[in-house]
Design a protein around this ligand. Structure first.
Ligand code: AMP
Ligand code: ZN
Length: 459
């Protein structure tokens, strides 16, 4: 049985009832990172959004096949196909090879995902592992008459598609008129590179032979070629960040329309950016916050996840340390409550229905969290609360089932006091035991006597 899900689709600019194209399996493709540097916490907000989407679909009863690419070649410093390849530039900056750079930052990215409880995609695909597929895709575009050659590569002729730019509602005529002077050899301002030839005066580390000469693929072709390979020519959902519709996703659609006659995905979903002090956080501009920057300041990575859940994925979110403190306190309250509730019993169907209604309504996590706080305050039994929260956590992904109070949170002197109290109780010195409990309380801890022995928690 599946629960109906409503999702906001950028293509139609509307909320649409979601139904998989094939049975109950959902094909989900997410534009992955360009691995020339660490991910910043803005990038990670987008992947938390995708993780919530994926978990919600599974919660609603669908099997999700999730594919994510790793851009390890072809993403140039300018989206207009000029400038240097970001990975090759990273190699020059650090003295490592381009391949080492890509490997290093791919691993760092996957480590960030693990720390944030973001589920691993079912398929990871690297652009450099799919050069033949990309060449074949470009040949298909060429054969259909959409490609042309310049002195530095093969370009897509966007004027040949009548609805080019529809996804982003681009003012194509305006863009073309505005950029007439800097066209170079391009026929139209919106045309983009499918294959770039290696520069004559420069030895690239990443380059491959092709029917057009030695070179490397453009950034957009990798996503069209790999998503089609793993999910088919028309699949369920494609995700990315709010920067993607005007260029990257518009060009993915153009390529797939030219070759296969589809708009690639049935739903196009985009996460709104995280801002830092009301300015855009960008990897290429430098000076950004990584997940490790938060960890260095003693924040739990899951507090960042919790912070992101506090805003709808289509709402702007401003990062601040105060907000991180608030998220940390709230998450710890939730963890402590869940821990104290003990073993789970049966989940409460009414609460679960309310929670589900919010998450399937275009992933309304702020409202879903409000349902969770109502549950915490309710007079349901601890066992019911625990079971309900653990079900909800399948979507929240806060790892509440595994959480234990950190042993080091209880200082040694408190542990010694607790042991002394146990001794006093064993010897039936009740007054001493009570006095010691008072000392423990004064130190900021409570003692709960359980069949497994005393459980000590920070007050
Ligand atoms: P990149 O590694 O630059 O290709 O970006 C990886 C992902 O992060 C893409 O989906 C971008 O749309 C997204 N992204 C970039 N900056 C931000 C930001 N400040 N907030 C949220 N997502 C972002
Ligand atoms: Zn992409």
């Amino acid at each position: 049985m599946t629960t109906p899900v409503r999702l906001y689709d950028t293509w139609t600019r509307s909320l649409r009832e979601f139904a998989p194209l094939r049975g109950s399996e959902v094909g989900l493709y997410s534009c992955g990172p360009t691995v020339y540097d660490y991910a910043h916490i803005g990038n990670l907000r987008t992947y938390i959004f995708v993780d919530i989407l994926r978990r919600t679909l599974a919660f609603a009863g669908y099997q999700v096949k999730h594919v994510m690419n790793i851009t390890d070649v072809g993403h140039l410093t300018s989206d207009a196909d000029t400038g240097e390849d970001k990975i090759e530039a990273g190699s020059r900056r650090t003295g490592k090879t381009a391949w080492e750079i890509a490997e290093l930052f791919t691993e760092a990215f996957r480590d960030d995902l693990r720390k944030l409880n973001i589920l691993d995609p079912n398929i990871w695909c690297k652009a450099t592992d799919h050069i033949p597929e990309q060449i074949a895709f470009i040949q298909c575009i060429d054969a259909k008459g959409f490609a042309y050659r310049t002195s530095d590569g093969i370009y897509f002729d966007t004027s040949k598609l009548s609805d080019y730019g529809y996804l982003a509602r681009l003012d194509v005529a305006g863009l073309r008129a505005g950029a007439r002077v800097d066209l170079g050899e391009k026929r139209n301002a919106t045309d983009f590179a499918l294959w770039k030839l290696s520069p004559q005066d420069q030895q690239r580390q990443m380059e491959w032979p092709s029917p057009w000469g030695v070179g490397f693929p453009g950034w957009h072709i990798e996503c069209s070629a790999m998503s089609v390979k793993y999910l088919g020519t028309f699949f369920d959902i494609h995700t990315g960040g709010e920067d993607h519709p005007p260029v990257h996703h518009t060009n993915e659609v153009a390529q797939t329309e030219a070759c296969h006659g589809t708009r690639l995905a049935n739903f196009w979903m985009h996460g709104t950016f995280l801002q830092l002090d009301d300015s855009k956080m960008s990897k290429s501009a430098g000076g950004f916050l990584r997940l490790q920057s938060l960890i260095d300041k003693k924040y739990d990575p899951l507090a960042y996840r919790f912070f992101c859940l506090g805003a709808h994925y289509r709402a702007r979110l401003n990062f601040s340390w105060e907000a991180m403190d608030g998220a940390t306190t709230a998450l710890n309250r939730l963890r402590a409550a869940a821990h104290q509730w003990g073993e789970p019993g049966q989940a409460d169907p009414a609460t679960l229905d309310m929670f589900t209604a919010q998450v399937v309504d275009d992933l309304n996590m702020p409202r879903a969290l409000a349902v969770v706080w109502d549950l915490v305050r309710s007079d349901l039994s601890p066992a019911t609360k625990k079971a309900t929260l653990l079900r909800a956590d399948e979507v929240l992904g806060l790892g509440l089932a595994e959480w234990q109070p950190a042993a080091e949170e209880v200082p040694a002197f408190v542990t010694e006091l607790v042991a002394a109290r146990q001794q006093a109780r064993a010897e039936r010195r009740w007054k001493d035991a009570d006095a010691i409990r008072a000392q423990v309380t004064e130190a900021g801890f409570s003692i709960e006597d359980t069949p497994e022995g005393p459980r000590v928690r920070a007050l």
